[in-house]
Design a protein around this ligand. Sequence first.
Ligand code: NAD
Length: 432
Amino acid sequence: MTAGTGSGLLERRVSVRRSLYEESLFQFRQAADAMALSPAVLRVLGNTANEITVRFPVEMDDGRVEVFTGYRVQHNGALGPFKGGLRFHPAVDLDEVRALAVWMTWKSAIVGIPFGGAKGGIELDPSRYSRRELERITRRFTYALNGNIGPEYDIPAPDVNTNSQVMAWILDTYLAMCPPLERNRNLHVVTGKPLEAGGSVGRDKATGQGLVYCIQRWMRDHATSVRGATFMVQGYGNVGSWSARLLQDLGARLVAVEDAGGAVAAECIDANALLSHVRARGSVAGYESVSSITHDEFMTTRADIFVPAALETQITEETAPLLQVELVAEGANGPTTPEGDRILQERGIDVIPDILCNAGGVIVSYFEWLQNKRSEAWELDEVDGKLHGKIVGAYDRVEEARRQYGVDARTGALIVALKKLEAVYEQRGIFP
Ligand code: NAD
């Protein structure tokens, strides 16, 4: 393949605070250097394929009209249809969605599923809107995206502040736009659907379950066990609360939790009772029989495992020195900055990187997609067993790359992904 020069964004700018997308490219560039990635593939993967921005009006309950901005970024489709979540958050912008799309490309490649990487979102604070308004916003966004999503082209899934209900609205809107004879062939346009609408058993807990399988593998490699370990969780939504409940079921002890509303700590927090409180009150704040703590107190909590499961950029140059844990198991996407990574390494704190650790969600999304295509409904044992096989297989490949190249786990995981993508580009070539 012909060599080329890297894009300007790939240059390292250590002194300047990078944007999230630049951070994702910085990680990519480090791995590309370590494995001597072909310059042509470096150039292709250092760019996104398609970036869609839509602005669309929606009528509010009181008759006012608001105009919303939504995004869908498709990073790379060499391995299969674009795949990635959809986020509702006031901080959503093109840069964030680009970074999240890049990470999706690596994730599917690492775990060996035939998807490319994409991500989307709407810039909005969902707590300001009624359920009926959120439904209209979701449906109008789906309509605005029109042919840019599709079951064999680009398949959204839940992410921050979106859930199976949002997926059901997208599905229904998409099917309504299809000719009648094609409707039942398009159920797999979204994953993470409610069971009755074509979802898969095990999808709800899949990201947490995959994370727990990775932690168990790490524990086995370190001749220890989850039973008796202590852990802290940031974010108590889908990923955080499932991770906490599954770890608790294996005999680990939850000692601190932080979400957008506050942070709490105790000798032993009941993960199930805490979830009931969060469902009723919207936050961990105010939960009985725990102490309220500050963000800094949360970050300095002594525990064996830290599961960041909220937003990006939480483990930074400022916060990485505070952590008193052995292992960071990244449930969130992009929780650790490159500076944070460096400090964790210096301090001997291991990281199971996001692009491996939280891949359980996209793995079971793939199973849901397959079930829809085949008109099948698998049992939970089958879903969990296959998820275990895929994520543990990926964990072992990452460990092997880490040893072979003498790199950290994140770079090792990226090398696994880049090797696969490089091979595909070498086999297929660049059209024309
Ligand atoms: P969610 O909306 O269900 O939960 C988000 C949680 O983060 C909430 O508890 C919220 O209070 C908390 N939070 C938000 N801002 C915070 C802040 N500033 N400080 C502390 N907590 C804060 O979202 P989710 O689906 O659980 O996603 C969480 C993370 O996991 C995201 O990074 C997402 O991209 C990633 N992820 C999700 C999935 C999935 O299947 N849902 C899959 C892979 C990765």
